[in-house]
Design a protein around this ligand. Structure first.
Ligand SMILES: *[C@@H]1O[C@H](CO)[C@@H](O)[C@H](O)[C@H]1NC(C)=O
Ligand SMILES: *[C@@H]1O[C@H](CO)[C@@H](O)[C@H](O)[C@H]1NC(C)=O
Ligand SMILES: *[C@@H]1O[C@H](CO)[C@@H](O)[C@H](O)[C@H]1NC(C)=O
Length: 319
């Protein structure tokens, strides 16, 4: 994955969470075309699941170009991608703009097949306005191999699509370890500091904060186990306030432990940790493209904040 595909490399600006612009695929390649589709049942043997990814979105062709399940309770349609992708956007074309057939269809993205993939994180619930033929749903880089469309109603209905287009890019290689209640992931792609922050906030919780010496030692362990090449410095959530000399962690953790490299001058706004043992911190130019470390909590019940689904109005567009 080329870093050029990411849209924002803001310098010296901390982006508020609610403005997280997410990711856009550089090349608008519809990756659904290289996937495979299955559905809960098939209407009259005609509306085959793969018709929704045949590149023909014309509703005139009906069952010859649109997928359709039989009339049944809780129908679903699922796309399996050729690998794990970070999905930026999904376009769904309805069969009939007058009937709100896609209303309340839920979209799940992830790697699990449990409960027909409906246990994966949800990107959106389609709010099908009348007159809307194609809906665009933003998923802001949610990662997964399976994309499931599900209508949870008990009332028998057909789930039908004339086309489903998926824009995204293959997910970067990564390596995770679990330490002290946190799941810590070293990411194989190289980004500037602000893109790394967005990446972590989209797919994990945040850029890593190092709260104590054990965390610093854990960096050495993580680096030793990486199966992909690393830059000599790694981004973590270290940031300096533009007005002063105080550094803070983006996650809001207290900075009661520091491991600055001797001779590191604090003239830049972004900080990283070295990938050479024993690792120390450096202030670095925010535009440098480096590997980086994200974290999530391990505790059940503590849920990631889904920044991308906070306002549905911004998320789903009708064309
Ligand atoms: C399956 O997923 C749906 C949608 O997320 C949920 O409402 C339902 O409770 C799940 N069923 C089971 C058996 O977990
Ligand atoms: C840790 O995070 C990685 C990357 O998001 C994920 O694949 C893995 O399942 C997580 N492990 C645990 C124990 O939560
Ligand atoms: C820093 O503060 C946190 C939370 O207050 C605490 O859990 C941690 O042990 C402290 N670390 C050190 C090195 O004092």
């Amino acid at each position: 994955m080329g870093s050029s595909s990411l849209i924002f490399c803001l310098i010296g600006v901390v982006i508020p969470l609610w403005k997280s612009p997410g990711f856009s695929a550089a090349s608008r390649i519809n990756v659904a075309l290289s996937g495979t589709a299955i559905q809960s049942s098939t209407y009259s043997n005609l509306g085959k699941a793969e018709h929704a990814i045949d590149g023909n979105s014309d509703p005139e062709w009906e069952h010859y170009s649109c997928s359709s399940t039989s009339y049944e309770a809780k129908p679903w349609w699922r796309l399996e991608l050729p690998g794990v992708y970070r999905v930026s956007e999904i376009q769904v074309t309805n069969r009939n703009a007058k009937r709100k057939r896609l209303n309340s269809v839920e979209i799940f993205i992830g790697n699990s097949l449990v409960n027909n993939s409906n246990d994966n994180p949800r990107c959106a619930i389609i709010n099908d306005d009348p007159g809307c033929l194609t809906q665009t749903v933003k998923c802001w880089g949610m990662a997964g191999r399976f994309i499931n469309f599900y209508k949870s109603f008990d009332v028998a209905d057909a789930l039908t699509f004339c086309e489903v287009k998926v824009y995204g890019e293959p997910a970067a290689p990564s390596m995770s370890i679990q330490k002290m209640g946190r799941n810590i992931t070293l990411v194989g792609t190289r980004l500037c500091w602000s893109d790394a922050l967005l990446y972590c906030r989209d797919s994990h919780w945040d850029l890593l904060s190092l709260i104590g010496p054990e965390d610093q030692e854990m960096i050495d362990e993580l680096v030793a186990r990486a199966t992909f090449p690393l830059t000599s410095q790694l981004w973590v959530g270290l940031r300096r306030s533009p007005s002063g000399s105080s550094w803070f962690w983006m996650s809001g953790d207290p900075m009661n432990f520091t491991r600055w490299d001797e001779g590191s001058h604090h003239s830049s706004l972004c900080g990283g940790t070295s990938s050479r043992k024993p690792s120390t911190w450096r202030q670095l130019s925010c535009e440098e493209h480096l590997n980086f470390i994200c974290f999530t909590g391990l505790t059940e019940g503590v849920k990631k904040l889904h920044f991308y689904s906070s306002t549905r109005e911004n998320q789903i567009h009708c064309t």
